[in-house]
Design a protein around this ligand. Structure first.
Ligand SMILES: [Zn+2]
Ligand SMILES: [Zn+2]
Length: 332
């Protein structure tokens, strides 16, 4: 078992849909070719906020003088990266896995040659921080919430959850700077990292691009598969719901919301996702309170109406089991 194993909650790559928003046909064609070469990574333009028809900004995002653009680099099972291209450099949300970071870099280089100056991590899981040394070697400074450091250093085997081995992170993957409640990142424009306490993990960060009206949620929101709750890394279901509320509080109807995994979405879909979390909390606590065993609970098909969105009933069942395990631990 490896630190990446929680993504075995996700359906196979072929069944997890991704939606890409192309800025124009030529870019779409080129990136479709790129996709076929780099398998599960793609880069899509989220929003070029300063572009106007004829301005050339969306063709030359890295030209001197600056035309800031926001991109998402997506894979089916790897964490989504958001890239903000400024006038002199790039800010990234999340560093990608060690295995995929080179592909992410290749995808980024199709839109800018500017150096990555800043990486902010959303949480400690390997597919979000393993790539940090790659970016630091290019001159990037790594930021994260303070609690990420403690979680990333742990080397434990979770007997309660399939002997999941949480290996300690490479010390080179740890951040250079940490923050507590929130941090205005030292980059162009208003980009703020907000601590979502005890959500997917203890040290989650939601990244809010105020100017671009884009939010990266980290793994507080996952689409196309059930989310993972890392009870052993300080995560809680109540905290995850509060984390979703934090996202919703910073979003309007036009906000582009990038989940930790899955497709770019909007406020409405995230509100629906919140309802799912609340429903599952009620059902699981009711089953525990009634003295049902986990097998009795699963026999009630508690995720029935969500299974399609999760990619199938076996993923729903695994999610329900995860909630039962975690909520049982915390119930008297
Ligand atoms: Zn993840
Ligand atoms: Zn995660």
């Amino acid at each position: 078992m490896t630190r990446l194993d929680h993504h075995s909650l996700r359906p196979s790559a072929t069944s997890a849909p991704l939606r890409f928003i192309w800025s124009h046909a030529a870019v779409g064609t080129f990136l479709a070719l790129l996709l076929s070469r780099i398998v599960h990574l793609a880069i899509a333009i989220l929003r070029p906020p300063n572009s106007r028809p004829g301005s050339g900004c969306d063709d030359h995002a890295d030209r001197p003088g600056g035309c800031r653009s926001v991109y998402v680099i997506s894979g089916f099972t790897n964490g989504n990266i958001v890239a903000l291209v400024g006038s002199k450099g790039v800010l990234l949300v999340d560093g990608q896995s060690g295995r995929r970071v080179g592909l992410a870099d290749s995808a980024l280089r199709t839109v800018t040659k500017l150096p990555v100056q800043l990486v902010v991590n959303t949480h400690y899981h390997a597919d979000h921080i393993e790539g940090n040394p790659h970016w630091r070697a290019q001159g990037a400074r790594i930021f994260a919430q303070r609690l990420l450091v403690g979680e990333a250093k742990k080397d434990t085997v979770i007997t309660e959850w399939e002997e999941w081995h949480r290996e300690a992170a490479d010390p080179a993957a740890l951040p250079d700077s940490v923050f507590d409640d929130s941090l205005a990142l030292p980059f162009e424009g208003h980009v703020t990292a907000l601590h979502a306490d005890s959500a997917h993990t203890s040290g989650d960060a939601v990244i809010w691009f105020r100017d671009a009206n884009v939010i990266h949620t980290g793994d507080i929101v996952e689409l196309g598969a059930p989310p993972f709750l890392d009870w052993w890394g300080g995560g809680t279901l109540d905290g995850m719901i509060r984390g979703v509320d934090l996202v919703l509080a910073h979003a309007d109807d036009k906000t582009r919301i990038v989940p930790g995994h899955g497709w770019v979405t909007n406020r409405g879909e995230v509100a629906t996702y919140r309802k799912m979390l609340v429903t599952m909390r009620e059902r699981t606590l009711a089953a525990i309170g009634a003295g049902q065993s986990v097998e009795q609970y699963l026999a009630t098909q508690p995720t029935r109406e969500f299974d399609q969105a999760f990619g199938g009933s076996r993923y729903g069942e695994r999610f329900a089991r995860l909630l039962y395990v975690g909520l049982s631990r915390r119930s008297p």
